[in-house]
Write a protein that binds this ligand. Structure first.
Ligand SMILES: [Zn+2]
Length: 264
């Protein structure tokens, strides 16, 4: 599933490509036909990412998109390929088209619905207007394992399965530790790790948590298998202590950790 950095990057890139000119909107798949018909000919005014939610603000309408597990946006430059039958939405200027397929949500929403999303979704480490104390104070009272809480979008927005495993490793905490039992300062540290690494994820358009000094190369050129510390590395040696990385389940999703660097 795309994590928050992907959605913020999309907000930035789609805004850069499509803002200001009237757009052609269509739903080749047909499932968003009336919405696309409404958007057709409108201008994109602004874009906004909140956690894993994307909001596109047009002249007269607001579009809400959540990619879910399988949703994807693809960009192409003119001349455009004919959109495939699985495309929920194509938004196109004369030069650039963005094709959306497989989203969980693609709806026009009213201001009340937009405000309800803002109330429900937790602070987003990629947004300057986020209040980290909302995350820290909630987590400090929570008996939920920290590895589960980090996936709860109402507690902290934008973190998915890759980042949650990596942040627990970087903070040296076992993901099954109840959040309220974490030592003082660990919740603030997790927030700071999220701010730093999600911003890096937006910049690189992929997840890199590994310290470039450990790899001996500049960050953007780290090979795929070298970018992370624990995620999907079960049985492989910990990059710090050589202990084989272990795997467990939290919140119905697999989580990876080093039993030595992250003791229970
Ligand atoms: Zn280790």
């Amino acid at each position: 599933m795309p994590e928050g950095h992907t959605i913020h990057r999309l907000a930035r890139d789609i805004g850069r490509d499509l803002r200001t000119n009237p757009l052609a909107a269509s739903s080749p798949q047909g499932r968003f036909e009336s919405g696309a018909a409404r958007l057709d000919g409108q201008r994109l005014i602004s874009t906004e990412a909140l956690g894993k939610h994307l909001f596109l603000n047009f002249d007269d309408d607001q579009l809400h998109i959540h990619l879910g597990l399988f949703g994807k946006f693809r960009r192409q430059q003119a001349p455009f390929d004919p959109p495939g039958e699985n495309k929920r939405l194509r938004l196109a200027s004369a030069d650039v088209a963005w094709d959306l397929s497989g989203p969980t949500v693609c709806d026009l929403i009213d201001p009340d619905t937009y405000n309800a999303h803002h109330k429900r979704i937790g602070p987003d480490p990629l947004r300057k207007d986020s209040d980290p104390t909302r995350f820290v104070s909630r987590a400090a009272k929570s008996p939920t394992p920290i590895g589960g809480l980090l996936l709860n979008q109402a507690a902290i927005a934008g973190i998915g399965n890759v980042y949650r495993a990596e942040f627990c490793f970087l903070a040296g905490i076992h993901p099954l530790t109840p959040a309220k039992l974490l030592p003082d300062g660990k919740l603030d540290e997790l927030w700071e790790l999220a701010v730093e690494h999600l911003h890096e994820g937006v910049r690189l358009n992929r997840i890199v948590t590994r310290n470039p000094d450990d790899v001996g190369t500049s960050r953007g050129r780290i090979a795929a298998g070298d970018r992370l510390y624990v995620y999907k590395r079960a049985g492989k040696p910990c990059r710090h202590c050589q202990t084989p990385i272990a795997r467990d389940d939290i919140a119905n999703r697999k989580v990876w950790f080093c039993p030595t660097c992250q003791p229970r």
